[in-house]
Design a protein around this ligand. Structure first.
Ligand SMILES: [Zn+2]
Length: 365
């Protein structure tokens, strides 16, 4: 049963694939990058060596050490002391790829973002028009975002066998693009579209073509002359973490229904509602994802949180489970987190991409 659960829950990560796959056996993991031996520190981690490392760090790299109770070398010690890390990532790891986070200084909530509520999306066609209109405009830029050095560092850590798997709150698939194989998308992904009534599933890239065909540039206005998309100041809409942009969408925007189960031409209202495979606010994370996350935590000897404040309960409960099991936790994040007061927590506040790159370079993985 346990292997069956694994087979079912780890997303393949093939853009647009939509499938699931069994993750590779641990025996296949393994080669580290060729240049990894450069600049490697001694492998021993005695307290003397550790103290020396912190001292060097504080003198030589103020930017990485100044805002932390713990220094960079605490992260090194943490990673080196673990054999099988579970990594939990949030929006903070993707900001360097050009995707805004939720709670940072330029984050979505800070700039007026109001998330789509699940029941509103299901019940109101106007909400679906607004969502898909904004998504259609935002997808072109969102889908061009590429993994940054933080994603790549974690993929390298998985290839050495040090990382057992990644649980991500992000819906951008950048971990998979970076090469990570064992990724659990806790809140789903924007890269697939599903029908709420039947089993229909389609890649988001393909769905973009359907949206654009229904809403071509030549029909870029409704009968009153109002453009399909607009902002109050006529400026480009703000990019949002889920790939949409902050714009007004006219009533004339057309939303396709499911081609498999909807009746009538284009489907009837209420039939075959198509939705990104994302857990919206007000909806529950599917039980199988919780179980898969729990299984990963239980099979790990450390939890490394990267770029998440853990304010969302579905993520917080993962850290709480680790704490209850006596599994050591380290956090790399800019700003407060919901677990700052956890006993024994190692927390380092520093730029993620640069720090993760240095961690992979210096740690004895
Ligand atoms: Zn359907």
């Amino acid at each position: 049963m346990r292997s069956a659960v694994r087979a079912a829950v780890w997303a393949a990560g093939e853009a647009g694939g939509g499938g699931r796959h069994v993750w590779p056996s641990s025996g296949t993991a393994s080669r580290r990058r060729q240049n990894e031996n450069e600049n490697k520190w001694p492998t021993t981690s005695t307290s003397t060596t550790f103290a020396t490392r912190c001292s060097v760090q504080q003198r030589g790299d103020v930017a990485l050490a100044s805002t932390s109770r713990f220094c960079f070398w605490d992260l090194i010690r943490f990673v080196e002391s673990k054999q099988s890390l579970c990594v939990l990532t949030g929006a903070g790891i993707s900001t360097e790829s050009g995707i805004p986070d939720y709670r940072g200084p330029q984050g979505a909530y800070t700039t007026g973002f109001k998330p789509v509520m699940h029941l509103d999306f299901v019940r109101k066609e106007s909400v679906r028009k607004r969502y898909w209109g904004r998504s259609m405009e935002g997808w072109r830029k969102f889908s061009r975002c590429r993994p940054n050095s933080g994603h790549i560092a974690l993929a390298n850590m998985e290839s050495t066998g040090r990382v057992n798997g990644i649980i991500t709150q992000n819906v951008d698939r950048l971990h998979q693009q970076a090469g990570s194989k064992r990724v659990l998308e806790l809140h789903g992904t924007t890269h697939e579209v599903v029908c709420l009534e039947c089993s229909y599933r389609t890649p988001r890239d393909a769905f973009q073509g359907v949206l654009e065909e229904l809403n071509p540039p030549t029909a870029d206005a409704d009968v009153s002359g109002k453009p399909l998309f607009s902002t109050a100041q006529g400026t480009p809409g703000l990019q949002r973490p889920d790939g949409d942009v902050e714009i007004d969408v006219a009533e004339a925007f057309s939303v396709p229904h499911c081609p498999k189960c909807s009746r009538g031409e284009g489907g009837q209202s209420g039939d075959g509602i198509l939705k990104p495979d994302v857990t919206f606010f007000g909806d529950n994370v599917p039980r199988w994802r919780h179980e898969a996350a729990n299984e990963l935590v239980r099979g790990s000897d450390g939890l490394l949180v990267v770029g998440s404040s853990l304010m969302v309960f579905s993520a917080f409960r993962i850290a709480k489970l680790a704490q209850d099991l006596g599994i050591e936790i380290a956090v790399l994040n800019a700003g407060e987190t919901r677990i700052d007061e956890f006993d024994g927590l190692i927390k380092h506040e520093a730029p993620i991409g640069e720090t993760m790159t240095r961690l992979v370079r210096h740690a004895n993985l």
